[in-house]
Every structure is written in structure tokens, then in C-alpha cells.
Design a protein around this ligand. Sequence first.
Ligand code: GLC
Length: 743
Amino acid sequence: MKIKFNQRLFLIIVISCFYVNYASAQHKEVDIQLTATKLTSIALDAKIDSIIKILTLEEKIAMTHAQSKFSTKGVARLGIPEIWMSDGPHGVREEISWDSWSHAEWTNDSITAFPALTALAATFNPELSANYGSSIGEEARYRKKDVLLGPGINIYRTPMNGRNFEYLGEDPYLAATMVVPYIKGVQKNGVAACVKHFALNNQEHWRDKINVELSDRALYEIYLPAFKAAVKEAKVWSIMGAYNKIRGQYACHNELLLNKILKTDWSFDGVVISDWSGAHTTEESAKYGLDIEMGTGTDGLGTSTANHYDNYYLAKPFLKAIKKGVLSEDLLDDKVRRILRLMYRTNLSFNRPLGKLNNKEHHEVALNVATEGIVLLKNEDDFFPIKDDKTITIAVIGENATRVMAPGGGSSELKPQFEISPLEGIKKRFKNAKIIHTMGYSSGPSVYDEVIPTKLDQDSLYVKAIKIAKKADVVLFIGGLNKNHLQDCEGDDREIFQLPYQQEKLINGMHEVNKNIGFLLLTGNAVEMSWLPKTKGVLQTWYLGSMAGEAIAQIISGDKNPSGKLPFSFPKKLKDNAAHFYGETSYPGVNMTQHYKEDILVGYRWFDTKKIAPQYAFGYGLSYTNFKLSDIKTDKNVYSLTDKITVHCTVTNNGNRQGAEVIQVYIGKLNSDVKRALKELKGFKKVFLKSYKKETAKIEINVSDLAFYNEKISDWAVEKGTYSIYVGNASDSISEIIKVTIK
Ligand code: GLC
């Protein structure tokens, strides 16, 4: 086609205008730094949109996937920074190499190891959770991390799950109540929390392939509430997709979970980050809600290929699909918009605090969470507290008395500045008593963390332990599980419910020669307790991090009075647990699919409704003093849907030492039209009382919180009619039941 002169002139003008415009856009100085300290979200969105306009396609693509193990690219020419992430939920992980899982061997990255989140949950103390979050947030900030990959809040469905120690127990209300202050604490440091693993990652066995099938009621009533609270109440800035599939689609790019529930129903405005190697195709990652792809093609859960960052699903293939018009650039812009928003909340924020590391305040917080999290399970003949008397000999027996726990467990591993072992703590505190120690048993070769070397074999360890126990006045057996592979550790589940390493045989043997045995259970999970009659005292002492030994010594000496409550049930036998009642199809699954057949009856909901007595119940924990609940009443008997129910309860400390009790309020619907648990936790309050003092506590519960998820209308609904309000200090220790009516 012949172009006339003036048409050609017009074309030259148009093209040159375009070029000038394009060139200036490329080099236009956009003031990335926020000028105002407080930017309204509308002004921020406008700012973000102005930045997106001047980013090239390649620059936008680069922001949506890893450039290294734990970082994503920024835009150097505009001063847009990289995003640096770090594990984990209990402390800031040591620096990892650029492109391998090996440690970077830095010397400035030792940190405070805080107690595992099961211990935090056991405190039933949201204020402690706020302190925990702000302390770990300060440490992440000081380590220059923009995203802390925690907290983990997957519900405790089976005692075999290797990662339960990282989570907040079996009850959605407890997990929701405890996770909100933690996230707020982290984020006030200008560090994004990354709540994980969204969702239904309730086992480690086949975690990256298993497909979870469950009812909407179980999904909405049990597995989502803690995540919903993280988004709606804590305003979490990022969330990590889980490895598993839900109803056939991977969680890291899932239309129902991410596009509908998270980003539409919950109006989540933050960033969805994949678990490492959790992304599987370009199209699904682009369309179904994934914003940042991490860990693909690494030696983690994928196979490493040369220069694999460019081969990420959201890298070259995504760029190509956009250029070919197969995928819309709007999908990319939405991801970049969320990523920039996360930056303005973190590494682009105007006045981010400076952070702090390894200071005494953090050690104090770790100690408080530890002492308030330890649960006294059994205390026959007032075995605990043990007096520090020069006339007595205490035998401290068990590998866990000296074993370091922080470096194990998988991605939540920590390189603490120090970790006080139980034996160290006991020796430091008991200056008068004679302390003798032997390992008693050995856990053998370890994958994740070093084992204390022993020249003795199992039998000679056993013989030595019996000898030591025989000549002691008190035996403190410090055993349980550990952070080894196939123990309390990421990547797989336990294979036996019983205690490993022949600990039961050792307890039986020691009991032959000494009846005065106390057991300190270092676990993140329930274990079979057939050995219970051979002990007088039992403490559930979790994995307590840097201050472990100090906290344990404070509790066993009586300097501190234990006040922890179990955040999950201890079944007598594994088959008593709901997930194991229905066989392989329920756990661990058959042909890579599992069905949550227990549905909404998880944990104590199962034990209560099926009338199965657990070994120890959710919410249970003893004290060195004794408390009485009395004058329990509600402010009214009849409530409307918009009302709040106020429960009053007086707690009296009838003993001669100060302590704390947790009033728990469970509510159940009588004669419900649908299947419902006998009762569900809807409120709790921890009350601290000096000896012989009393206090009346008030617990408020919204009637709307009594709703169940009605699958017929795909929405929540409150049944009218009669409800029972159960008030007590454990799910199986109820002081009063009050009937109320909802009109
Ligand atoms: C791991 C874990 C996740 C962790 C991530 C990075 O596989 O599942 O919790 O944050 O990869 O280490």
C-alpha cells in the first residue's frame, strides 16, 4: 500500500511523540519514597498505580517470583527494594545461602529462640502472645527481614502430624484468639507476618501431594476461622499457601480458597506467597490467586535446574503467555499492586522502627511464655514442687535433659545465641540438692540435629540409669520426643504413637527401684501414656527455646506456679482420636486423597460428643494451689441475635501461693437441626490471683459467634432456641451449666 507524503510525515510525528513519551516514562523520576508519614489507602493506591505504569513487563514479572532462596527482585533503577523473607514462627532462622538450603554460616545471625507455638497456645494468654509477636518482630526487623514466614496455625487434627509443635492446637477459637496479637506485634515493627499454611496442611505425610476432601462445615467452622481472624482482625500482610490440594486443586493457586474466600469474601489486600515449591503451573499460578512464587526448581521439593529462577512458572512462561495474549496483563498488575502495597508497609515505609536483637526483654518474654505454657498434668503426693534441700539427691535421667532442640524440626530450626538445657537450668537453681545425671536412653543417629555422643550402648545406658535412680531420693525423667525426622519435625509424621527409644522400658525399670518418679515430657504432640501409673508427677514442657532450662527449673522448684492448659487433647489410644477412627481413608489417605470423615468433630468435640474419655482433655492443667469457680451466671436468660452474652464467674484461690486459672466458656446447642458438637469453646479468661484472693471475671460472647455454617445457604446462620453454656477450667471439668434462649 503506497503511503502519501503527508501521511508518512504524520506517522513520523506520531511515532516520535510515542517514543518521547515512552522514553520520559522510562526515566521519569517517580518519587518512590513515601513523602507523607501517614498515607491514606486511596492515596497509596494511586501512588502504586503510578508506579505500575512506568514498570516494564519484565520488571513486573520479576517481582512475582524468587530471585534466590528467600528473596525477590526489586527494581533497582527506580529504587524499589528487594523483599527479604525468613523463617520462622519461633525465631528468625539463621541466614540461608543464596541458592541452596545450606546455612550461609554468618556469625551475626544468632537470635532468641522463643517457645514453640504450642507452648504459647497453652498459656491461654493473648497478652503474652502480643509480647511474643512484638519481640520476634523486633528480631526479624533487626535482621533486616521484610517478611517473617510465620506464625503457623494449622489445626491439630492428628497427634501424628510432625509439625503440630509449630501450631496453636485443636480449637479454632483458641487459635484465632492467640494468633491475632502475635501478628499485630510482628507487623508493628514494619515486618509482614506470613500466616501459614493456608489451608488444610494438617499432616506432613505426603504433604506436597495429598488431596484433602472435607465438608464446607468442617472447612468454615474448624480449619478457616484462625486464618479469617488473621486477615480480618490482625490485618495480616501476607499469607502462605499450603502444599496440599483441596478438592483437587493445589492450595497455592486455588480458585475457592484464594480468589473467592481470601481475596473476595475476606477482602484480603496482601500478598499470597507459595510454600517452597508449592506452585505447579503458570496458568493456575497466574489465575488462581498466587502473588509470589517461591522455592520452585530448588533442591527443596523440586529438582534444581540451571538458572531455574527464569524457569519459574511466574517467570518466562508467564511473560510469554502475556505477550501472546493468552494471559491478561491485569493478572500480573494485581500481583504487583499487592507486592508494592506490602513494600509500603515494610521496606518502603516511611518510619519503620529499628528492631532489636537478643536483649534481656526478649529473653524475659521467652521465659514468661515458657513458664506460663508449661502444663502440670499429674501431681500425686505433691511430688512437685521439689525442695532444694542439701539432704536430697535428685537423679536427672533422659536424653532430653541435655539435648539441644532449637536446631531441629525443619524450617523452624533456629541458631539461638544460647539454649539453656533442662539439666543446666536444674543445676543452676538447685544449689543445695545433689544432682546426678545420666542419659538413660539415646535417640541414635539424627538427620536434623546433633545427638549427644555416647560411648555407652542402649543396654549399658539402661543399667546405669537404674543404678542412679536407685540411690536417688527423687527421679526426674526428662524424655518425650525430639526434633528428629519422624519425630516432631517437618517433612513427615511420626510412625508410632508411643514414646520412642524404649523410654517406657526405662521408666518401668526405674520404678522397680524408686517409686518417686517425675516425668518431664518434652514434646509438641500427645503421646501414649501407658507408663503413667509409674510416675507421681508429670509436666508437659513443650519445646521452650533459649530459656527452656530456666523455665523448667522455675516450675519444678515452685518459684513459679504452673498455669498452662492443654491446647489439644491427649487420647488414651491413637484410635480414640477422630482422624484415626475412620482408618486409612481419613489418615493418611488412600491413593493420595483423604477424607476428613470426622467432619466438625475435631479434638475435644469428638471426645465430648462420642463420650470417649481422653487421657487428658483440652483445656486441662493443674496448679500448685487450688481454685474454685463460683457465682457463675449470665446477665440475661433470653438473647436476640445482635446481643452479647455476658458470663460472670468468681474465681477464688484457696491455696497459700499465687497462681492463675483459666475460666473457659463452652457453648452447645440443644436439639439442633444439624449435627453439632456437644460444646465448643467460645470464650476464656486467665485470672491471676494472690493466695486466698478472689476475683469476679466477665466473659463476653457475641450471639453471632454461636452460628454454624449452613451448607444449604452457603452462609453462617444462628439457630434460635435453647443453648447450654458450660463454664469450667477444662473441657472435661465444668463447674456450671446454664441454659439460655436465643430468640
Ligand atoms: C518449608 C515450609 C514452610 C517454610 C518454607 C521456607 O517447606 O513448609 O513453612 O516457611 O518451606 O523454608
